[in-house]
Design a protein around this ligand. Structure first.
Ligand code: TRP
Length: 475
C-alpha cells in the first residue's frame, strides 16, 4: 500500500541491522529513557530557554512554559511514543498504517508524517550551525576566553564569527559529521551505546557549572527573576512562545519521539518512560537557568540579550571569574554533547523512513546530512552576509526585522510544532480507538491513562487552537 514491500518484513526482537527495519529496538526501557532524554535535552534547554525567558520578561514566560509543559506537551509526548510503539515504524508509515487500520485516509497521514520527517532536517539546518558554534567556544575556553575581556571585545569576537561564513560552515560540517558517525552506526550500537557514555558525563558537567554559579553568582536575584512573575507582561505572543518552547524542548510535534517510540522494548511503558523524559528535561532547563542567570546578574550583564546571551554575554563572565576557563569549558562541553544527542534524533526519523523504503542506513544518514547542510546555508547566510535581508519584510509589521533564520525558528515554534501537536492529539485521541489506546498501557494506573486520553481529546487541542489564533492574530 505504501510503496515497496520491504518494510512489511516487520518482526520483533532483532536489532539494528539495516536489513531489518521493523526489528530495531533499544536494549531496555532505561536505554529508551536515556536516548529520549538525549533528544529532549539540547540547545533548547541551555541556549533557547534562557534567551527566550530573558526576551519575554522572565518569570511570566517561565511559569507559563512549566504549565504548558505539564498540561499540553506531556500528553503529546505520551501520544507520540504510544503511536510509534504501536506502529513500530517511522512516522509516515506508523501513521498511515494505523490510519487505514481504523478506516481513515492513509495518504493524508503518510504525508503528515513525511512533512514531520523533513521538518526535522530543517530544524537540524540551524541546530547544526549553533552546534558548530559550541565547538568554537570550547576552543575559546582553552585560552580562558581571552577575547572576552570587555563588551567591545566580546562583540568583536561575535562579529568575527559572523563575518566568516566559511568558518561557520566548517564548524557546522564538523558537528554534522559527528552526528553522522553516531546515527550511521545504528540504533543500538550507535545511538543507544553513545548515550550510555554521554548521559552520565553530561550530568557531571552540568552539576559542576550549576554549583559554581550558585556559589559565586547572584543566585537569589536569578531565582526571583525566574519565578516572581509580573503578570502585566502576559500577552498572546508570550503565551504562544511559551507553548512553542514547551513542544520544542520535549522534541514533540514532528515525530521524533514517535520514531524512538517505535524502538521501545516490549513491556516498557510509554507513560512512565515519557514521565521520566519530561522530568529530566525540565530539571535540566531549570538547572541551565540556574547556571546562566546567577552569572549574568553577578556580572551586571543583560538577561534580554537574545540569541547571543550565552555566546557573547556568558563568556565575558567566564573570562572575569576565577576558574572561568574550567567552568566555561565544562559549560560548552555540556552544550556540545547536549546538542549532539538531540541532533541524532533529528536525523533518525528520516533515516528510519528511508531504510523502510529500501535504502541502507549509511546512505540514508549521508543524505540527511547533505540535505540539512544545504538548508543550513539559509541560517549561515542570515547570520552573516545576509544579516540585513528580511525575506518577508514586504508584509510589514514584525516581519520587517526578521531574517531567514528568524523566520525558520519562529515559524517552527509558533506554527509548525503547534500544528504538528494538534495532528498528534487528533490521531491519538480520535483516530486510535479507545481500546487500542488503553491496550498500550497495560501496567499503568487506568485513571492516569484515562486522564491522558481525556487531555488529548479536550483541553490539549483546545489550548493549542486558542493560543495559535490569539498568538498569531493578536500577538
Ligand atoms: N528538544 C531539542 C532541544 O531542546 C530540540 C528538538 C526539537 C528536537 N524538536 C526535536 C530534537 C525533534 C530531536 C527531535 O534542543
Amino acid at each position: 500500500m505504501f510503496g515497496s514491500g520491504k518494510r512489511d518484513s516487520v518482526s520483533a526482537g532483532r536489532d539494528s541491522s539495516a536489513a531489518a527495519p521493523g526489528g530495531r529496538r533499544f536494549g531496555s526501557a532505561l536505554g529508551f529513557v536515556l536516548v529520549a532524554v538525549g533528544a529532549a535535552v539540547g540547545l533548547g534547554n541551555v541556549w533557547k530557554f534562557p534567551y527566550l525567558a530573558g526576551a519575554n520578561g522572565g518569570a511570566v514566560f517561565v511559569l507559563l512554559y512549566l504549565f504548558f509543559l505539564l498540561a499540553v506537551a506531556l500528553p503529546i509526548l505520551v501520544a507520540e511514543v504510544a503511536i510509534g510503539r504501536r506502529g513500530r515504524a517511522s512516522p509516515p508509515h506508523a501513521l498511515a498504517r494505523q490510519a487505514s487500520e481504523f478506516g481513515r485516509a492513509s495518504g493524508f497521514w503518510h504525508a503528515a508524517g513525511a512533512v514531520g520527517v523533513w521538518i526535522s532536517l530543517v530544524i537540524m539546518s540551524f541546530y547544526s550551525v549553533i552546534g558548530g558554534w559550541t565547538i568554537a567556544f570550547l576552543v575559546e575556553a582553552g585560552s580562558g576566553f581571552a577575547a572576552f575581556a570587555d563588551a567591545a571585545g566580546a562583540l568583536a569576537h561575535q562579529r568575527a564569527l559572523e563575518n566568516d561564513p566559511l568558518g561557520m560552515l566548517g564548524l557546522q560540517l564538523l558537528f554534522i559529521l559527528a552526528t553522522v558517525a553516531i546515527v550511521a552506526a545504528g540504533v543500538r550500537s550507535g545511538i543507544e551505546r553513545s548515550m550510555r557514555v554521554m548521559a552520565p558525563l553530561m550530568a557531571v558537567l552540568l552539576i559542576i557549572v550549576v554549583a559554581f554559579a550558585l556559589f559565586n553568582g547572584a543566585g537569589a536575584r536569578a531565582l526571583a527573576w525566574l519565578f516572581a512573575a509580573d503578570w502585566a507582561k502576559l500577552d498572546g505572543s508570550v503565551a504562544l512562545a511559551a507553548l512553542g518552547q514547551a513542544f520544542f524542548t520535549l522534541s514533540v510535534g514532528i515525530g521524533g519521539m514517535m520514531t524512538y517510540g517505535a524502538y521501545l522494548p516490549e513491556g516498557a511503558s510509554p507513560l512512565r518512560t515519557s514521565l521520566a523524559v519530561a522530568a529530566a528535561d525540565t530539571a535540566v532547563a531549570l538547572l541551565a537557568g540556574l547556571a546562566v542567570f546567577p552569572i549574568v546578574f553577578a556580572h551586571g550583564l543583560d538577561p534580554a540579550a537574545g540569541p547571543a546571551l550565552i555566546f557573547i554575554t556568558l563568556p565575558m563572565a567566564f573570562h572575569a571569574m576565577p576558574g572561568g576557563a574550567l567552568v566555561g569549558g565544562a559549560f560548552f562541553l555540556f552544550l556540545l554533547l547536549a546538542a549532539l544527542t538531540s541532533a541524532v534524533a533529528l536525523y533518525e526519523p528520516f533515516v528510519a523512513y528511508r531504510i523502510e523504503r529500501g535504502m541502507t542506513r549509511v546512505k540514508a544518514t549521508i543524505l540527511a546530512a547533505a540535505v540539512s547542510w544545504a538548508i543550513g546555508l539559509v541560517t549561515v547566510a542570515s547570520l552573516s552576509v545576509a544579516r540585513d535581508v528580511h525575506p518577508l519584510g514586504f508584509l510589514g509589521g514584525a516581519f520587517t526585522q526578521m531574517t531567514g533564520f528568524d523566520l525558520i525558528t519562529l515559524g517552527i515554534d509558533k506554527l509548525i510544532l503547534p500544528l504538528g501537536a494538534l495532528l498528534i492529539a487528533w490521531f491519538a485521541g480520535r483516530i486510535l480507538a479507545e481500546r487500542a489506546f488503553t491496550a498500550l498501557f497495560p501496567d499503568d494506573p487506568p485513571p492516569c491513562v484515562g486522564l491522558i486520553r481525556l487531555a488529548l481529546r479536550s483541553w490539549v487541542p483546545l489550548a493549542i487552537l486558542v493560543l495559535l489564533v490569539s498568538g498569531l492574530m493578536l500577538g
